[in-house]
Design a protein around this ligand. Structure first.
Ligand code: HEM
Length: 474
């Protein structure tokens, strides 16, 4: 008794070895703050305070395109490396961080790391998420929900004098997602608060606000949403219902029989994941679109003029041809796309050279479109909202080929957003209806300040004030 099990010489040896290992680590050559080689604490602090994108952006400004931000993590912000990391068959797989969002021990298309398994699942989901399929089967349903949200916004504007666009876009996007994925809408638009649990969770305390790289938080988000997972069972029931066609998975089983494998639990997990992936993302992007356009009188006038010239029976296909609407969407997604933060990838086992720096296999590399989209070499006067950069040619501010290559609000390569066509369908229809029917009688409310709209970042971004109010024009 009494003899310590810790041999001080052994402890000393271990800490010496740790120091030696760190001093020999090839990542020491990557520029960055002195502490990044020793601790990830400052990064974690930025994460839990919702400032990760801003923290990393400031480090890029100080140290350049390659910055060591934690002992095993490098932030990357140059076009060549971005293409190298996210190019198809690049060998850079999704980092182990994605495992923290796995539910019911089943990986879904979002968090699968294995490239073969992922490619097979993507093939299976490709058809229901294609533009043609969505337009044919779901455009009508999306329009109904958009119209409901627009009427509700307008009614509230008249009855109360103000309305919160973040709230209505969140309810709308959540009803669209639940209708498409589960075949059973949450009807949050009709009842506004009766499913308040959903609304509050998504809009105010959402998955999007949870810190990345924290297992318990991610798991907690889904754990607390067990009712949502239970709802996922409806996706399976409706998929199998006679006649099919009730949700996006209706024809998947037939496809699966041709060779890809998917079972009921996979459908339940995918449906739940897709609701989470498709709701806040769209609602937040639309919210920033309204705020950005309403803050720029000339942009607003031009957009209103274009969308009001549409005939009453316009279709989504007509909206794709509107130059200014699409330029506004591109510019909003450049500055305020809802997922502009770190997309972590693992360096392939053999290592890789990025920006003349060798990084050993297993190093985590992250790119963030927040910084790429604000690179003045790619986007002149990057902080200025300028839809014209997408439509004008041969002007100093016109978008260059490199700018287009770096533009990535939906990610890039084989892991680019599966829901991109659904997102655009919602963004186009909702923006058009808002600027045809609501904007002319509204102004931004005094509460919609820059501070309120500051981008808080917990994987997704969200307005720091958790609302975006407009007021009835006097
Ligand atoms: C404006 C709206 C949206 C934005 C800005 C957005 C953004 C993104 C981004 C940046 C990624 C890449 C993530 C990564 O590499 O880690 C992504 C992936 C994904 N998104 Fe979206 N998204 C939006 C809407 C949607 C919708 C509506 C759905 C589906 C209903 C969806 C489903 C997915 C899925 C499943 C993935 C993973 C794809 C894969 O790994 O193969 N997203 N999204």
């Amino acid at each position: 008794m009494g003899k310590s099990t810790l041999d001080p010489r052994g402890t000393q040896y271990c800490s010496d070895q740790t120091v030696i290992k760190r001093l020999r680590n090839p990542l020491r050559k990557v520029p960055g703050p002195w502490y990044a080689g020793w601790t990830n604490l400052p990064l974690k602090l930025a994460v839990i305070s919702g400032r990760r994108i801003h923290h990393v952006h400031a480090l890029h400004r100080k140290y350049g395109p390659l910055v060591r931000i934690a002992p095993n993590e490098i932030a990357v912000n140059d076009l060549k490396s971005f293409k190298q990391i996210h190019g198809i068959s690049s060998g850079f797989c999704k980092d182990k961080w994605y495992a923290s969002s796995v539910i019911l021990d089943r990986e879904g298309v979002f968090n699968m790391v294995d490239t073969k398994a992922h490619a097979s699942r993507r093939r299976l989901l490709a058809r229901p998420f294609s533009k043609t399929y969505l337009r044919e089967h779901w455009e009508g349903e999306v329009r109904v929900k958009v119209s409901f949200a627009i009427s509700a916004m307008s009614n509230e504007l008249h009855s109360r004098g103000t309305t919160d666009v973040l709230k209505w876009w969140t309810l709308m996007a959540s009803d669209i997602s639940s209708q498409l994925m589960f075949g059973d809408s949450f009807h949050t638009l009709e009842h506004e608060y009766s499913k308040g649990k959903w609304y509050r969770k998504r809009a105010l305390n959402s998955w999007g606000r949870l810190p990345p790289s924290s297992h318990p938080s991610f798991q907690g988000a889904f754990g607390n949403d067990m009712w949502l997972l239970d709802y996922g069972k409806a996706a399976v029931r409706n998929m199998k219902a006679a006649g099919g066609g009730k949700n996006v998975f209706a024809n998947i089983m037939a496809e699966a029989e041709k060779g890809e494998s998917i079972d009921d639990l996979d459908i339940q997990v995918e449906a739940t994941n897709l609701i989470v992936a498709g709701t806040d993302t769209t609602a937040i992007t639309l919210t920033y679109l309204v705020w950005a356009v309403m803050s720029h009188t000339q942009v607003r006038r031009q957009l209103e003029e274009e969308v009001r010239a549409l005939s009453e029976d316009y279709k989504d296909v007509d909206l794709e041809r509107l130059p200014y609407l699409n330029a506004v969407l591109d510019e909003t997604l450049r500055l305020y796309g809802a997922a502009p933060g770190a997309l972590p990838r693992a360096v392939p086992p053999s290592g890789a050279t990025l920006n003349d720096c060798f990084l050993p296999g297993g190093t985590t590399v992250t790119t963030q479109s927040y910084s790429l989209h604000r690179d003045p070499n790619l986007f002149p006067s990057p902080e200025i909202l300028m839809p014209e950069r997408w439509t004008s040619k041969d002007q100093p501010y016109s978008i260059s080929e490199n700018g287009r290559a770096a533009y990535s609000p939906f990610g890039a390569g084989s892991r680019t957003c599966l829901g991109i066509h659904l997102a655009y369908l919602e963004l186009r229809l909702a923006a058009v209806e808002f600027f045809r029917n609501v904007s002319h009688e509204a102004v931004l409310a005094p509460s919609a300040t820059d501070a309120c709209m500051e981008q808080e970042n917990f994987f997704l971004i969200a307005p720091a004030g958790h609302k975006c109010e407009i007021a009835l024009k006097q």
